[in-house]
Design a protein around this ligand. Structure first.
Ligand code: NAD
Length: 312
């Protein structure tokens, strides 16, 4: 079986490639090393598999390459390439988000028309929900993103459904809820918090720290993505980790794990940030057989080890 993984050098994409290689897939990976964070870090993400004989790497931009030969004989497409990050998505940067999230997805879907793809799994986001008063968040809620990033992920999700309805591309969208663990992007909260605590530097928290997130450990997100291959075409599934805790609580766990006290600076809430996220994962449980396995203490312990080793 042959699978295409876009964004294969990224945080979640690199873990997914490792898992699919273990399961015996031949992988074609695409990544163009966008400059959102260091290319060096992304290249390190691929260390473990870049020389695997079942891995082929194409260093190209989805928007600027011939996708047809790459898609030849591909059974599964996992589309993770994107411009992530809520806070950077305002202003002039929005152009980068529209390019890498909307246009790139449309281009890939166009190229899949008429091919024998078994599933096209799309990495969507909890950011599509916005600040819903109704919790836990269900897929049936009307999505009202709070950030330009969320708008682009929702647009891409809608494109996926359009291409399923009109061209029969069997698309499955997964709304990941804050994924964490080794290789987490350096702009993400846990990465920044652990690094700052280890280096005895200040942590900035936007808001009072009582905002909650449904944190999903990366191996759980990857399990869900692999299970997405059995998802109902045209459907959307929430992928949460079942570890909904406040940001303040997460910092307490980091303090215990590092044996160091965090120096916290509170700043006003940021535009685009959701107050709470909490996934209703019953649809993914029933439809995909998904069950998160890693609790927050275990997951943060692994991420702390990773960040500690990054520093040496
Ligand atoms: N990390 C999370 O908590 C989270 C939560 C919800 C959704 N997601 C989604 O999951 C996916 C992966 O996120 P991540 O955190 O691993 O991000 P990441 O930035 O680490 O990985 C994305 C990769 O895509 C590549 N890329 C971007 N645009 C490209 C293009 N046009 N052509 C080729 N390569 C391109 C980048 O170079 C990068 O390596 C994204 O679609 C993101 O929106 C992530």
């Amino acid at each position: 079986m042959r699978a295409l993984v876009t964004g294969c050098a990224g945080f979640i994409g690199s873990h997914l490639v490792e898992r699919l290689l273990e399961e015996g897939y031949h992988i074609v990976g695409i990544d163009c090393f966008t400059d959102y964070y260091s290319e060096d870090m992304k290249r390190k993400n691929m260390e473990g598999f870049k020389n695997n004989e079942n891995f082929e790497f194409i260093e190209k931009d989805i928007l600027n390459m011939n996708l047809m030969p790459v898609l030849e004989g591909v059974d599964y497409v996992f589309h993770l390439a994107a411009q992530p990050g809520v806070r950077a998505s305002w202003g002039k940067n929005f152009e980068v988000y529209t390019r890498n999230n909307i246009l790139a997805t449309q281009r890939l879907l166009e190229a899949c028309k008429g091919l024998e793809i078994k599933r096209f799994v799309f990495a969507s986001s909890s950011s599509v929900y916005g600040d819903s008063k109704e919790l836990p968040l269900k897929e049936s809620l009307y999505p009202k993103p709070l950030s330009p990033y969320g708008v682009t992920k929702l647009a891409a999700e809608n494109l996926c459904v359009l291409y399923y309805k009109n061209y029969g591309i069997p698309v499955v969208s997964l709304r990941y809820f804050t994924v964490y663990g080794p290789r987490q992007r350096p702009d993400m909260a846990f990465h920044k918090f652990i690094k700052a605590v280890l280096e005895e530097k200040a942590i900035t928290i936007y808001g009072d720290g009582n905002q909650t997130r449904d944190f999903t450990y990366v191996s759980d997100a990857v399990n869900a993505t692999v299970l997405g291959m059995k998802g109902e075409p045209g459907e959307i599934y929430n992928i949460g980790g079942g570890s909904r805790i406040s940001v303040n609580k997460a910092i307490e766990v980091i303090e215990e794990l590092t044996g160091k006290k965090a120096k916290i600076k509170y700043e006003p809430f940021q535009k685009g940030d959701m107050r709470d996220t909490y996934a209703d994962i019953s649809k993914a449980e029933k439809g995909l057989g998904y069950k998160p396995e890693i609790d927050i203490n275990t997951g943060l312990k692994k991420q702390t080890e990773y960040v500690r080793n990054l520093r040496v």
